[in-house]
Write a protein that binds this ligand. Sequence first.
Ligand SMILES: CC(C)(COP(=O)(O)OP(=O)(O)OC[C@H]1O[C@@H](n2cnc3c(N)ncnc32)[C@H](O)[C@@H]1OP(=O)(O)O)[C@@H](O)C(=O)NCCC(=O)NCCS
Length: 485
Amino acid sequence: MISLREIDPADLALFDEWYDAFRAGAVAGRSAALVIGREALGYSMRNPSPVKARIAVGAFENDRVLGAMLFEYRLTDNLDTVEVEIDVPPEHRRRGIGTALWQWAATRTAQLGRTIVQTELGVPAEPWPGAIFAERLGFVTEHVEEQLVVPLPFDEVRLEELRESAGRLDGYRLTSWAGVCPPEHLQAYADLHTAMDQDVPTGGMTREVVPWTLEKLEANEVRLNRNYLALVTMAHTVAGQPAGYTLMYLPRADAEHAQQDDTLVLREHRGHNLGTHLKLANLDQLAHHRTTQRFLHTWTALTNAPMRKVNTHFGFHPVEQHRELELRLPSLRPAARGVILDPDDRILLVRFEFPDGPLWATPGGGLEPGETVVEGLRRELIEEVGLEGFPDPPHLWHQEVVAEGHATGYDGVLNDYFLIRTTAFDPAGTLSPDELRAENVHALRWWTRTELEADPGRFAPRNLPALLRHLLESGPPNTPTQLTL
Ligand SMILES: CC(C)(COP(=O)(O)OP(=O)(O)OC[C@H]1O[C@@H](n2cnc3c(N)ncnc32)[C@H](O)[C@@H]1OP(=O)(O)O)[C@@H](O)C(=O)NCCC(=O)NCCS
């Protein structure tokens, strides 16, 4: 049976095992995949950024990690959005592990009160498993870039031709540096970053652009510098006004790959070959700082014809598509629920009263901010029925119901159900009868399977009698069954 757990990044052996699965899933079938390095990701997880939360989730079977997810969200802007990356190594695919990780993401997204999920896909060929998987979940491709690669060291003949065809650079000065931005250029560099964020095409991806402040840029530079050597060339007018920049990263722990990131020429300075001059100057820096790297990667929007032309001149060739996808979720109220069975297979249910009659449901309730689903389950069961001290329970069902009237202020509910085997007990939680009544709980009662199947009343989940029969006959599923009613 697969169980999901958050990985403590300080547990180095476990983080390593998780990273191995993450990487193996991400690179499979891709000749030029560029995946964040173990050291860089480990560092950013062990030293959390004040602006971004990162959670590593592992899918475990018998204490082995079979699948990995990186779940991230910004803390000070883009507060409706989360980013997910799910990677399952090929030998463990098509067993529902990707879906189980996705369900974890859906629950945590709802718990954070966010509704936009974003992801990125490297697609070297069609059909591609990740694209099929994402489309099935409802993701829509909002932006496509081409990933291109050029072998290193750079072809000197080509560089010379480019230098000649670029001509002289009149009216501008170029400044290059390696590492963190020199203090005298910080303000211009921050403004250029903001202009880049505003200018870079992202198709239909939802993105709130927040201007770069000096503090934010400096903090970001220091963090990046731990794991990447940045090579930057910036252009100024002779009067000292910033006109553009280009940026390359040499990941410090990656002996093979370098990446060409942003290149921006401000609108009013376009048409002077400044982009080519910037890149040429930065390639001189690369020649100086490169050690073992054999490939330089870059990404360009399919719609960006001028940049694609420049890339071709520089000798880049396309290796795969880089897609950005987005999914808008309804706002669902997340809850954890217990399928509590005694040794006679009786199930404990609570009775809610609604204007249109009673409804019998599994005990449990809404998650509080910051608690895991199982922590929420434990708290709710102590409060509602007085059950505690059970081992981590198997996850049975993941239910998303989009319907009016299920939870005030939400588009519907999201329930994760767990199996708890216990001796029979008289349910009595820490909540008083009045407090239970305030939560609309009017009775608690054990049901035999026969009673459940004979009762014409309403249950939640709606087909609880059939689900229970299946559970008792076949045992818990290997990964949670998805319910919609
Ligand atoms: C995409 C990925 C995470 C799926 O992992 P998985 O554990 O195989 O996923 P599941 O078993 O839960 O598959 C769920 C469904 O997705 C679809 N699917 C997944 N892989 C597929 C494939 N190769 N061909 C056709 N359909 C596929 C199927 O509908 C499948 O259901 P089924 O097996 O009952 O038919 C995995 O292929 C992977 O790691 N790919 C590389 C990274 C990536 O692209 N991640 C996705 C973006 S976040």
